[in-house]
Write a protein that binds this ligand. Structure first.
Ligand SMILES: [Mg+2]
Length: 296
């Protein structure tokens, strides 16, 4: 079995549309983080005493900041950092795990997922990695149990339909590939895509680089995403980026369907038009959490 779905993908068109899944194709960010990632994180990391602040930090990083959509390991480590420096947490004497073992692993591994942390935890016997592996597996199990019936955003399906005669389409996501397959099949939209590439395939940046290596020209690839990491992956590969603005997803898909897709095919997407969309997107998500902003 090939672990990389890009290897079996054949290029049929000059254009490639790469789509992020959570928060971009599906309105699934809130349910996944609030009902699945965060409760299991509080449980496994022993954050019960400061659960209110833990939840706030995790929601900020993963949903409402420039780190939205980042891989679970670096993103939740960052939430822990925010948590550890809060005065309310310090005054409660809560012990925030350092998780140095996971921090080191995040630096040396690019395929950050349940399927890579489990063997690494077994191989090294590192207690942090063992904890991270348990949490990550629990997240996947909880997502499987809870996240059902979350439909794609309006006009996603219509946009894929419209793109299909001129473009190959792939899913480019930091979610486990198995969960992506389930979600795209549940809503009968897997049929539009040539490959579903999740966290086991690599980072979003690596997935786009692999597509370029397969023969699509960078300027003929558009990455559609709802997070700064999606933009960064596209720009690092000199691909186009189309933003789905968090909180204005419907309007973003409307614009893609009615305007941006045709421009992409016509070669008039890059330049002033794309810059304007990216500038608008950049203003959507803050870097500094609200509790760190001093009210005057
Ligand atoms: Mg996303």
């Amino acid at each position: 079995m090939s672990s990389n779905p890009l290897e079996t993908l054949s290029k049929k068109h000059e254009f490639l549309v790469a789509i992020d899944s959570d928060g971009c194709a599906f309105d699934s960010m809130e349910i996944k983080h609030k009902e699945c990632f965060i409760p299991t994180f509080i449980k496994h990391m022993g954050l019960q005493a400061v659960s209110k602040y833990a939840r706030e930090a995790c929601e900020f990083v993963n949903l409402y900041s420039k780190d939205r959509g980042a891989n679970r390991f670096p993103a939740y480590l960052k939430a822990l950092d925010f948590l550890a420096e809060r005065p309310e947490v310090k005054s409660r004497g809560a012990k925030i795990p350092a998780l140095q073992g996971i921090r080191d692993w995040v630096k040396r591994e690019s395929k950050l997922g349940t399927k890579t942390i489990i063997p690494e935890a077994e191989k090294t016997g590192d207690p942090d990695l063992q904890l991270g592996a348990k949490w990550s597996q629990d997240v996947d199990d909880t997502v499987k149990a809870i996240v059902h019936g979350v439909p794609p955003f309006p006009l996603l399906r219509e946009s894929l339909d419209k793109a299909l005669p001129q473009a190959d389409i792939i899913v480019c996501s930091a979610t486990p590939t198995g969960a992506l397959q389930k979600e795209w099949e549940e809503h009968d939209i897997a049929k539009y895509v040539g490959a579903i590439c999740g966290q086991e395939v690599g980072s979003k940046k690596e997935i786009l680089a692999a597509a370029i290596a397969k023969g699509w020209k960078a300027e003929n690839i558009v990455m559609i995403g709802d997070a700064p990491g999606d933009k960064a992956a596209a720009l690092a590969n000199y691909c186009r980026y189309y933003p789905i603005n968090p909180g204005s997803e419907e309007r973003s898909w409307e614009r893609f369907y009615n305007e941006a897709l045709a421009r992409f095919f016509a070669g008039t997407y890059a330049g002033a038009y794309e810059h304007e969309l990216i500038a608008e997107f950049d203003a959507y998500l803050p870097e500094v959490p609200p509790w760190k902003i001093v009210k005057t």
